[in-house]
Ligand binder design. Structure first.
Ligand code: SF4
Ligand code: SF4
Ligand code: SF4
Length: 276
């Protein structure tokens, strides 16, 4: 966790970088249109490819979007870490590896073939299993979500400018969901990973008729046993929940064989045995 912010006393320079991703998180930053006039009075933005052509290697805070899926990205990321006082992982791709890690479940040769056709092996493609940026460099702070919320980006920036450590929500999405007045999807016979997922999104997916897929990653100490019991109470198996974690927990699964939040024998797998 970030201990101190050495930029509060001056006008800090911000830089935004993008690796493998859809750039939706940078778009959320650009959605701060109303706030930008105030923001640029307090900071200098010196890198933001999606918004401007200026480039500089002189910056204090680097917001890094996207996962690492090419060898050349590793070198660039290390250079960013060297230049920045603070590195912030911006969004799920950067924080946990995100959706890109789905490809890690398949042999790379198969992935290349599926994407580039049968001649893929003759084309020079620098692709490696996708991974979060903290598997390569130290990260000072995480803004979770796919995409991040504008509110969390702004509150993080505000904390940096005040020299404070930004808050990271550490309660489950269910809390946000109840506050939004939603009917739990379990009552509709669906499954959801909200009980073990980090809140801060106001449970937007459930509010708009979907389920929580866990894009913000697990809370620090997810109660997997209670979640397993909930599944059991609703007559569901754990297979569905494993698939849900698969969507955004690909890197963890690739590295450990377990969904995010499992440090010991996966309780949810115990649950799967119970339902077998
Ligand atoms: S976290 Fe989601 S919205 Fe953000 S860059 Fe990755 S895929 Fe796009
Ligand atoms: S719908 Fe999902 S997030 Fe909402 S209360 Fe139910 S389990 Fe929790
Ligand atoms: S409800 Fe779940 S999937 Fe949707 S934004 Fe929140 S954490 Fe992500």
């Amino acid at each position: 966790m970030l201990k101190s912010v050495p930029v509060a006393a001056k006008k800090p320079k911000l830089a935004f970088f993008s690796f493998t991703c859809c750039e939706g998180c940078q778009l959320m930053v650009l959605n701060c249109e109303e706030e930008f006039p105030g923001i640029i009075e307090l900071v200098d933005i010196v890198n933001f490819r999606e918004a401007m052509s200026l480039r500089s290697d002189d910056y204090d805070i680097a917001f890094v979007e996207g996962s690492i899926s090419k060898k050349e990205e590793i070198k660039k990321l290390r250079a960013i870490r060297k230049n920045a006082k603070i590195v912030v992982a911006l969004g799920a791709c950067s924080s946990t590896g995100g959706l890109n890690c789905l490809k890690n479940r398949f042999p790379m040769e198969e992935v290349k073939k599926a994407v580039y056709g049968k001649d893929a092996r003759h084309k020079p493609m620098d692709t490696i299993p996708a991974r979060p940026i903290d598997s390569i460099v130290r990260v000072d702070h995480y803004i979770h979500g796919c995409p991040v919320t504008k509110e969390e980006f702004l509150s993080t920036l505000k904390a940096f400018l005040l020299g404070k450590t930004p808050d990271v929500p550490n309660h489950p999405v269910c809390v946000d969901c109840k506050m939004a007045g939603n009917i739990c999807v379990f009552e509709k016979g669906l499954s959801c990973v909200g009980p073990v997922t980090r809140a801060g999104c106001k449970a937007v997916c459930v509010t708009y008729g979907c389920i929580c897929w866990g894009c913000r990653g697990p809370v620090d100490d997810p109660n997997m046993n209670a979640h397993g019991e909930t599944l059991e109470r609703y007559g569901l198996t754990a297979d569905g929940i494993l698939k849900s974690f698969d969507l955004y927990g690909g890197y963890r699964i690739y590295k450990t064989g377990r969904p995010a939040g499992h440090d010991g024998p996966p309780a949810v797998l115990d649950g799967r045995k119970r339902h077998a």
